[in-house]
Design a protein around this ligand. Structure first.
Ligand SMILES: [Zn+2]
Length: 172
C-alpha cells in the first residue's frame, strides 16, 4: 500500500543525494512520521529513500520539516484514495454511516476503511443509473480520522465545501 502510494518515487526530495526512484538494489525505507517507531499505522508511515531518511535524522528537531512531511503524507493519501473517497470517509466518521456510489469507495472497502452496512443498492435523485449503497466506518477508518496525526483528521470540512469557498473567493 505504501509502495503503491509513492509509485516508486521518493516523495520528499530532501537530501541533495535523493535517489528519486526506488530500485531493487536500493529499496526505500518506511519513515515514522510521529517519530514513534511502535506506531506503524498506514497514516503514520511514508516511504522515502535512504539519503532523505538520513538527512531527516540529521535535522530531527526541525518543526518546519515535520510539518512539510505531514502535509506531503496527507497529499499522498488524498491522491491515493481520491478526494471524493476521503470526503465519504470523513462523512462516515462524522455520521457513523453514509451512502455513496460504489465505484467511489472501492479502495476504502478494499483496504478495510469502510464496510458495507446495507447490501441493498438504491438509486439517487433523478439519475436512475446512479446507484448508491450504505457504508459504515471500520475501526481502522476511525483511527485514520482521529487526532493526533491521522492522515484525514486535518480535513476540517468535507472537501466540496472547501472547493465552493475557493471558487467564491476567486470570483470575488
Ligand atoms: Zn529522497
Amino acid at each position: 500500500m505504501l509502495k503503491e502510494e509513492v509509485v516508486y518515487v521518493c516523495p520528499l526530495g530532501l537530501s541533495r543525494n535523493c535517489e528519486r526512484f526506488e530500485k531493487i538494489e536500493t529499496p526505500f525505507t518506511n519513515h515514522h512520521i510521529d517519530l514513534d517507531s511502535a506506531n506503524s499505522e498506514y497514516w503514520n508511515l511514508i516511504r522515502i529513500c535512504k539519503p532523505c531518511h538520513e538527512e531527516h535524522n540529521r535535522r530531527g528537531q526541525d518543526g518546519d520539516l515535520q510539518r512539510k512531511i505531514k502535509l506531503r503524507k496527507r497529499n499522498l493519501a488524498l491522491q491515493y484514495f481520491g478526494p471524493l473517497a476521503v470526503s465519504v470517509l470523513r462523512m462516515s466518521h462524522i455520521y457513523k454511516s453514509t451512502s455513496a456510489m460504489p465505484a467511489m469507495v472501492l479502495k476504502l472497502l478494499e483496504k478495510g476503511y469502510l464496510e458495507i452496512a446495507n447490501q441493498n443498492t438504491f438509486s439517487a435523485g433523478a439519475c436512475e443509473h446512479a446507484t448508491m449503497q450504505d457504508y459504515k466506518i471500520t475501526h481502522k477508518g476511525e483511527r485514520s480520522c482521529k487526532k493526533p496525526v491521522g492522515a484525514f483528521h486535518s480535513f476540517k470540512k468535507p472537501i466540496y465545501t472547501c472547493l465552493v469557498q475557493k471558487t467564491a473567493s476567486n470570483a470575488g
